[in-house]
Design a protein around this ligand. Structure first.
Ligand code: ZN
Length: 440
């Protein structure tokens, strides 16, 4: 997703309500008048900021992932629709970063960098009334998702990462897939044996793909799929692309892994039924930390309620500070709902929200995984529970973009690759090999 236009310039002010005839109630009249005033000095000062902890060692190998998607709909009945989805992973080192002009990066410099340092994936999902050889949209989407995760242009590495996570192959005790709902008969006990990519439903005998465990079929009917299937696929593929880098270094060199920072565009979150991937990710991150090889991972949110809230509280905030909103704060101040019920993000998030004032101009909403001996989820994390936050904060200054407000250059570059339609795909393994060689 591209960075949005900045908000620092004063917008044009016009009365939004002046022409409305509303109830002649003094209270309503007063509220309407207050709405028009919008004086920022009315806000109580925010006092939750705390200074950065002592900074650690900057990380010198950077990976960033981003994706884009575009639905294309035929104007004529039956309004056929197809979604194009792209994801990209870029690799930068501190030398490469320092060579890019952050004010006005030369397009050729970026192109050269990207041709050596980017892996790229593109696919298309039918959304409505698009049939191939008598296969329904429902089954076509299932099959395309399965084949896309196996993408041979990425040497099948994304499927390997998917299996590595969901079967917990990184542990000494890999496990079968937790039971999921069969896309054919709806039986709740579908599963696959360890390391299988396909199998048959124990209930109806029909073919199952490993990707069915994520439940894309729950957002589809026979002839149409919801647009959210495309966005869910994009987010899952971005996540798997990034974890392919983590897996590669976990298996080949944990020393190099400890020098890498992995950056995801968007929150470290997988929503709804797709959140079945969240626990395996949390379990691995916790395991890596307990083994003494913590993974440096962040997500950056560029839009949404958390970014809006940061704009609200960061006015006049000191630079070099951070704030970690807890469950009650998120519910009451950001989501505007009572804080009863399950802790925020319990089932869907693998990182805590961290508001950061990187310098006088740059404010970021980051997501950072947490470590704990209490289990894989913490509702109210503290600074010292954020995995390797000292090193991540030490790396931030070299990542800040001068082109966009509150932007990270590696995400901008990943976005520029993900939004190109014909970018050549470097081989994914070569990308990691090059990153290792450069550092030796
Ligand atoms: Zn079945």
């Amino acid at each position: 997703m591209p960075y949005q236009a900045g908000k620092r310039l004063p917008g044009e002010r016009a009365s939004k309500l002046g022409h409305l005839d509303v109830l002649k109630s003094p209270l309503v009249q007063q509220l309407v008048q207050k709405f028009e005033e919008q004086d920022p000095s009315d806000l109580p000062p925010f006092t939750g900021w705390q200074p950065f902890p002592p900074l650690g060692k900057p990380l010198d190998i950077i990976f960033a992932v981003d994706g884009s998607w575009q639905p294309i709909t035929d104007e004529r009945p039956p309004y056929k629709s197809i979604a194009f989805i792209k994801t990209a992973l870029v690799n930068l080192d501190q030398v490469g970063l320092s060579q890019i002009d952050k004010e006005t990066p030369h397009p050729f410099a970026i192109r050269d960098l990207m041709s050596k340092s980017a892996a790229y994936h593109a696919t298309a999902l039918p959304l409505r009334h698009l049939y191939a050889d008598g296969i329904s949209v429902y089954n076509a989407v299932r099959q395309v998702i399965y084949e896309s995760v196996k993408d041979e242009s990425l040497q099948g590495e994304i499927m390997e990462t998917f299996k590595w996570l969901v079967y917990e192959k990184w542990s000494n005790n890999p496990r079968p897939l937790p039971p999921f709902e069969c896309p054919h008969c709806g039986g709740k006990n579908a599963t696959l044996p360890i390391d299988a990519e396909k199998g048959n439903c124990p209930n109806c005998g029909n073919e199952l793909f490993i990707t069915d465990m994520l439940g894309f079929h729950l957002e589809m009917v026979e002839e149409a799929a919801s647009d959210s299937v495309a966005t869910a696929y994009m987010i899952i593929h971005e996540t798997l692309l990034l974890f392919t880098g983590i897996r590669h270094f976990w298996e080949t060199s944990k020393d190099v892994l400890s020098r890498c920072l992995f950056i995801k565009d968007g929150p470290l979150q997988i929503r709804a039924q797709y959140s079945k991937l969240v626990n395996p990710i949390r379990n691995f991150l916790l395991h890596a930390n307990e083994q003494g090889h913590p993974v440096n991972l962040i997500g950056q949110e560029k839009t949404g309620t958390f970014v809006d809230h940061l704009n609200l509280i960061s006015r006049n905030a000191p630079a070099g500070n951070l704030f970690i909103p807890d469950h009650v704060y998120i519910c009451e101040k950001i989501q505007h709902r009572p804080p009863n019920g399950a802790p925020y993000g319990r089932d869907t998030n693998y990182g805590a929200k961290v508001f950061v004032t990187a310098n006088e101009r740059c404010r970021l909403v980051l997501n950072v995984p947490v470590k704990t001996s209490m289990g894989p989820f913490i509702a109210n994390p503290s600074i010292d529970q954020l995995i390797n936050i000292e090193n991540i904060l030490a790396t931030l200054p070299s990542l800040l973009s001068s082109r966009h407000e509150n932007a990270l250059l590696p995400i901008e570059l990943a976005n520029s690759v993900a939004s190109l339609s014909t970018y050549p795909s470097a081989q994914v393994l070569r990308l990691f090999a090059d990153a290792t060689v450069k550092k030796k």
